[in-house]
Design a protein around this ligand. Structure first.
Ligand code: TXA
Ligand code: MG
Length: 329
């Protein structure tokens, strides 16, 4: 099979929607990361996603909708979820609710819950509307790799494994959606993203349970898997006053030991291989591209600056901590 990357015009959206209706899977751009979509009610199509990605089958999928009314066919709303939906959706935000029987076990990973997201991106919304059904869509990377934030990333991972990619250009946000459990009276953040704790706190009290330690019996199975990792070894360096000098020391030590490192982050470094960005938003947007580019440019080690936990910083630190496999300095 040859994977075709298609411009997001009306003809191609229809072509891809017909492919979904016929049981196919399609890669498509959203405002967060590229997804790999299938009809949420077609178990055979969904199994193709798991094999294309090499994804563990107990890791449930997010169901993507184009209209708020589609929630009631999938899940039981709560007073809290109704407020969240009214305030935020469409958004880079995924809500967890108790599922209805319409949701297949292959979607929920055997849980009683379902994850629902209404993307803000026009392409994603138009595509889901054209399909006429909700779409399950995990990030379109090989399981364990950084999520794709451009059509070339998803092509790189899944070339020959899927028929079509709808090219939405570079993703606006670049990190996966914030995942929240809204079944109770508190908002439980299971995955940080660009919708921040501060924004959510305006609606209800918020607790963050996004690490495996917080989830001995994980509410969100995805937490237990290795994530977002490039081939290069990643060092995540905590933001302190001495961070830059610590990074230079580490860089020099690695070079002496024969490694070929690159530094990524917000600060500038002279006499060192580095790729730096000028804002937290830009760091979030280009983080996965920086990790992937390090691999393709032949670097074997990435020294990544961590940032302050404010705003999208929490999500950046969360992804870098995971990409480093806990290798934090
Ligand atoms: O931004 C996003 O959310 C992207 C785009 C494509 O929409 N999708 C995405 O999907 O990141 P995925 O499959 O890579 O990550 C979904 C996360 C996983 O950590 C999974 O365990 C969790 O959501 N999840 C899915 N269903 C769940 C459920 N019923 N309960 C708890 N966590 C769930
Ligand atoms: Mg993913």
């Amino acid at each position: 099979m040859q994977t075709k990357v298609l411009k997001p015009n009306a003809n191609n959206i229809k072509l891809c929607a017909d492919h979904i209706k016929n049981g196919g899977i399609v890669g498509f751009g959203t405002e967060t990361v590229y997804g790999l979509g299938a009809n949420a009610f077609d178990g055979v199509a969904i199994s193709k996603i798991y094999s294309a990605k090499g994804r563990p089958s107990d890791n449930p999928l997010i169901v993507h909708i184009a209209k708020k009314e589609q929630i009631s066919m999938l899940a039981h709303q709560t007073p809290l979820s109704k407020k969240i939906v009214a305030e935020f959706m469409p958004a880079p935000l995924t809500i967890i609710l108790n599922k209805k029987d319409t949701v297949l076990p292959i979607v929920s990973g055997g849980l009683d819950t379902v994850a629902i997201r209404m993307p803000k991106s026009k392409l994603a919304s138009d595509f889901i509307s054209a399909c006429g059904v909700p779409l399950v869509a995990p990030s379109g990377n090989l399981s364990g790799s950084p999520s794709p934030t451009s059509a070339s990333h998803i092509l790189n991972d899944l070339d020959g494994k899927i028929d079509y990619i709808l090219d939405g250009g570079e993703c606006e946000i670049g990190l996966e959606s914030t995942v929240i459990d809204v079944r109770g009276e508190q908002i439980i953040v299971l995955r940080m993203g660009s919708i921040t704790k501060d924004e959510l706190q305006k609606i209800a009290p918020v607790v963050v349970k996004d690490s495996l330690e917080d989830n001995k019996a994980p509410i969100s199975p995805g937490l237990k898997y290795k994530h977002y990792s490039p081939k290069a070894k990643v060092y995540a360096v905590t933001k302190t006053e001495n961070m830059q000098s610590e990074i230079i020391l580490l860089y020099d030590k690695l070079v002496k030991s024969g490694a070929n490192p690159i530094i990524i982050g917000l600060c500038k470094y002279s006499n060192a291989n580095c790729k730096t960005v000028s804002s937290m938003r830009e760091y979030a947007k280009s983080l996965y591209a920086l990790l992937r580019d390090a691999d393709t440019s032949g670097y074997d080690t990435i020294i990544a600056e961590l940032v302050t936990d404010e705003g999208i910083g929490g999500a950046i630190n969360n992804r870098l901590t995971k990409a480093s496999g806990g290798n934090i300095i």
